[in-house]
Design a protein around this ligand. Structure first.
Ligand SMILES: Nc1ncnc2c1ncn2[C@@H]1O[C@H](COP(=O)(O)OP(=O)(O)O)[C@@H](O)[C@H]1O
Ligand SMILES: Nc1ccn([C@@H]2O[C@H](COP(=O)(O)OP(=O)(O)O)[C@@H](O)[C@H]2O)c(=O)n1
Length: 213
C-alpha cells in the first residue's frame, strides 16, 4: 500500500461517512464511501425494473461503476440503501467492487474508506481500523433528523425497523459479513456529538501512529 490507509466500518447510520470525511480532511487523505458503490448497482437495477437478485445485470452494473463519478444525491434514499444490502450479498458483485475500492486505497497519498468490510476484506492491512457503532435508536434518530432537515416527512419507527433489518442482513450474509476486524478499535458514539466522535477517532489514530515510530 502506498500512503496511510484508515478503515472505518460499522452499521447503518453510525456516522461512518461524517467521521471518514473529517478524518480525511484532517490527515490530508482521499475519502471513499464504499456504500455508494453498492447503492449505484442497486439503483441501476431498480431503474431498469430488474429484480435485485439478477446476478448477470448486477455484475454489468458493478463493472460500470466509476468511483470518481458517483452522484451521491440520487443514491441517498432509504429504499436505495435497503436495495443495496440485497445486491451486496452477491459475491461476484462484491469481487468487482472490492477490486476498484482497493485500487482507490492504494492511490497516493492514501485514503480513508468507510463501509462494512474495509478492515476485514478490502484493506486487511490498513494502518488503523475503527469500528464505529451507536445504539440503534440513536442511529435511527440521527437519520430521522437528517430527513426532516431536508424538509421531508419521516417516520421514526419505520426508519428504526429499516436500520435493524439492514444490519441483520449485513451481519448474517455469508460473504464479507459486517463485523469488527480482530485488530479494530471500537468506538461507540451513542453519547458523542460529531466533534467528540472526531476527537476520539483522532486519539485512536494518533496513538496507533505514535506507537509505530
Ligand atoms: N456523533 C454524531 N452525533 C450526532 N449526529 C451524528 C453523529 N455522527 C453522524 N451524525 C449524523 O447522523 C447522520 C448519519 O451519519 P452518516 O455519516 O451519514 O452515517 P453512515 O455513513 O454511517 O450511514 C447524519 O445526518 C450525520 O450528520
Ligand atoms: N463496504 C460495504 C459498504 C456497503 N455495503 C452494503 O451497502 C449498503 C448501503 O451502505 P451505506 O454505507 O451506503 O449505508 P448507510 O450506513 O449509509 O446507511 C449496506 O447496508 C451494505 O449492505 C456493503 O456490503 N459493503
Amino acid at each position: 500500500m502506498s500512503g496511510l490507509v484508515i478503515a472505518i466500518d460499522g452499521p447503518a447510520a453510525s456516522g461512518k461517512g461524517t467521521l471518514a470525511r473529517r478524518i480525511a480532511a484532517h490527515y490530508r487523505l482521499n475519502h471513499l464511501d464504499t456504500g455508494l458503490s453498492y447503492r449505484a448497482v442497486a439503483k441501476a437495477l431498480l431503474d431498469a425494473g430488474l429484480p435485485l437478485d439478477d446476478v448477470e445485470h448486477a455484475e454489468d452494473a458493478a463493472h460500470g461503476v466509476d468511483l470518481g463519478k458517483i452522484d451521491r444525491t440520487v443514491l441517498s434514499a432509504n429504499e436505495v440503501g435497503e436495495a443495496a444490502s440485497k445486491v451486496a450479498v452477491i459475491s461476484s458483485v462484491r469481487r468487482i467492487l472490492v477490486e476498484k475500492q482497493r485500487a482507490f486505497a492504494t492511490t497516493p497519498p492514501g485514503a480513508v474508506l468507510d463501509g462494512r468490510d474495509i478492515g476485514t476484506v478490502v484493506c486487511p492491512s490498513a494502518d488503523v481500523k475503527i469500528y464505529l457503532t451507536a445504539d440503534p435508536r440513536v442511529r435511527a434518530e440521527r437519520r430521522w433528523r437528517e430527513i426532516e432537515a431536508k424538509g421531508l416527512k419521516a417516520d421514526f419507527e419505520a426508519i428504526l425497523a429499516d436500520i435493524e433489518q439492514r444490519d441483520a442482513r449485513d451481519m448474517n450474509r455469508a460473504d464479507s459479513p459486517l463485523k469488527p476486524a480482530e485488530d479494530a478499535h471500537l468506538l461507540d458514539s451513542s453519547k458523542m456529538d460529531i466533534d467528540s466522535a472526531f476527537l476520539a477517532a483522532c486519539g485512536i489514530i494518533d496513538s496507533v501512529l505514535a506507537s509505530r515510530k
